[in-house]
Design a protein around this ligand. Structure first.
Ligand SMILES: Cc1ncc(COP(=O)(O)O)c(C=O)c1O
Length: 344
């Protein structure tokens, strides 16, 4: 009944976080200001949920396009950027998909669902990416597609512009520059958009993880083709209405992102002061650290009610690594205090 390889897969595991300080999934720690919440609820009350959502979402795509200096025809919307990764892998011509390693796990997972093979290019010890090596693997595999998470998850670093440009311009297949962490990074890459180069974004990390809304920016003809594999009505009415409303208040979320970057800088410095931790510089809303015994530090934090992500089981460059989402000031202070207790 079910394909053998699917049976052999483990389902994407989301750990139970009830009652915990949740710093494992790169969510924005700030809740909505009260006045904004009230105005939003009034908008939601108008939604006709007996009707299917707006299928074409021209208005929402125009709002997003305007903010990016592009046209609405260059915007594709997905139920989270995960859904767009699936659409890309579904519509792209057959062939190998190349990714750096380690990187965001969904590129490989969705490829497997779709029976597509993946070739990986290992990052260096400092998590830098060798563009020549990447292009060599693309050529060797006669690859059809490549994903570059910029900044990369789970390492948090942003590869040099030179590296990204070299790959974007040197590979003839489809290059997807995944900018899930753009709100926290010093640079973005929409200027590289070309018929084979697309930029993927999400609102999840900016503060709307519960809405599930991602978008792809690219060449209008390629977007039109990808739109053919988009599920009808993939973005529900409540999400559409919320997004249209929140985009008119984007200053609130931009300010929150700045506050997160400020906290990131503060906790990076405090973590660096702890001798037994190796801290990797981050341009995202999380920080990757390496400790002597990741499993016991993870367990120690959990005992203290703090849930982070233990990357150790992935092995290789992620051995003894933990990924901590940047929280609000109190949460970050709690993490720092707990780490001091556990490690000293
Ligand atoms: C690099 C990267 N891309 C895409 C996503 C998926 O985001 P979402 O499906 O919430 O839009 C994530 C989530 O962690 C991510 O780290």
């Amino acid at each position: 009944m079910i394909r053998k390889d699917i049976k052999a897969l483990a389902a994407y595991h989301v750990p139970d976080s009830s009652g915990m300080m949740k710093l494992d999934a790169m969510e924005n720690p700030f809740s909505l200001p009260d006045d904004l919440r009230e105005a939003w609820i009034k908008e939601l009350a108008q939604v006709e949920i007996n009707r299917y959502p707006d299928a074409d979402m021209q208005g929402l795509r125009e709002q997003i396009a305007k903010q990016e200096g592009l046209k609405a025809e260059q915007v594709l919307l997905g139920n989270g950027s995960d859904e767009i990764i699936q659409m890309l892998l579904l519509a792209n011509e057959p062939g190998v998909c190349v990714t750096p390693a380690p990187t965001f796990v969904m590129y490989e997972l969705i490829s497997r669902w779709l029976n597509r093979s993946v070739a990986t290019v290992p990052l260096a010890k400092d998590f830098s990416l060798d563009a020549n090596q990447f292009l060599q693997v693309c050529a060797r595999e006669k690859a059809a597609m490549a994903f570059l998470a910029c900044p990369n998850n789970p390492t948090g670093n942003l590869w040099s512009e030179e590296t990204i440009v070299k790959i974007a311009q040197g590979f003839r297949g489809l290059v997807v520059i995944d900018e899930a962490y753009a709100p926290f990074a010093e640079r973005t890459h929409t200027h590289l958009i070309a018929p084979n180069v697309m930029v993927l974004r999400t609102f999840s990390k900016l503060g709307w993880a519960g809405l599930r809304l991602g978008y792809l920016l690219g060449d209008a003809d390629v977007i039109a083709d990808l739109n053919k594999v988009r599920m009808p009505y993939n973005i529900n009415s409540l999400t559409q209405t919320s997004a249209r409303f929140f985009l008119q208040h984007s200053d609130v979320f931009k300010k929150q992102a700045r506050d997160i970057c400020f906290e990131r800088k503060r906790i990076t410095a405090s973590l660096m002061a702890l001798e037994t931790i190796e801290v990797f510089p981050s341009q995202a809303n999380f920080i990757l650290i390496r400790v002597a015994d990741a499993d016991s530090v993870f367990a120690g934090l959990k005992e203290r009610g703090i849930l982070i992500k233990n990357m150790h089981a992935q092995g290789g460059l992620l051995s003894q690594c933990l990924r901590i989402t940047v929280g609000n000031k109190d949460e970050n202070n709690a993490v720092l205090a707990a780490l001091r207790e556990i490690l000293i």
